[in-house]
Design a protein around this ligand. Structure first.
Ligand code: GLU
Length: 195
């Protein structure tokens, strides 16, 4: 388990995410990533194996947003490479999710619900974001209901702190936790979550 930061409501989102991830660096990690969305049709997903400085070096000047999520990963499922770094996203690039912890029944969920889905990582985390997407797209559920349904399917021995963004409503951060730490901070003009 390593670090999570989420921000919504400020044009300083990207720098707050990076500063926050650096504060969590002491815990150790193997890769890092951010997703930011400017709520005007532009979004950016940047992930790198190795140090946060590698991630910073990959952030071109155009990367900006009013909301976003950041993650430092301590790999449990899949090697520490760019594809397995978080945020993980759904196959239609609509949902972006960061996760600290372990989903114990991810293989069973993948087999039962996601047989036709194209996966790009080996992580347990990707199963969760693909599952939310499936319930929204195939079952016409709203995002919160889909997330709640997924939470009920996750075995209780699993650990997670989740922060998710729906590209179609990027100012909302969807958060959930079990065993892994996650705090919600209500600020002046903007709000944050952090592990
Ligand atoms: N189980 C997830 C993975 O391997 C999250 C690991 C973490 O807590 O950083 O990608």
């Amino acid at each position: 388990m390593c670090g999570i930061v989420g921000v919504t409501g400020t044009d300083k989102t990207l720098s707050i995410l990076i500063d926050g991830l650096k504060k969590l660096e002491y815990r150790g990690y193997d890769s890092a990533g951010v997703y930011v969305n400017d709520n005007a049709g532009n979004d950016y997903l940047v992930k790198r194996p190795g140090r946060i400085s590698n991630l910073e070096a990959a952030l071109t000047d155009d990367v900006h947003g009013l909301s976003g999520i950041g993650h430092t990963r301590w790999a449990t499922h899949g090697e520490p490479n760019e594809a397995n770094a978080h945020p993980q996203c759904s196959q239609d690039n609509r949902f972006y999710l960061v996760h600290n912890g372990v989903i114990e029944n991810y293989a069973q969920l993948k087999k039962e619900y996601l047989s036709g889905v194209h996966f790009t990582s080996q992580t347990d985390t990707e199963v969760i974001v693909q599952l939310v997407d499936k319930f929204v797209v195939d079952n016409h559920m709203d995002t919160e209901a889909a997330m709640l349904k997924v939470l009920r399917l996750i075995s209780p021995d699993s650990s997670y702190a989740f922060v998710m963004i729906d590209r179609e409503d990027p100012e909302t951060l969807y958060v959930a936790k079990n065993k892994s730490p996650l705090l919600v901070g209500l600020g002046d003009g903007y709000n944050m979550v952090g592990s």
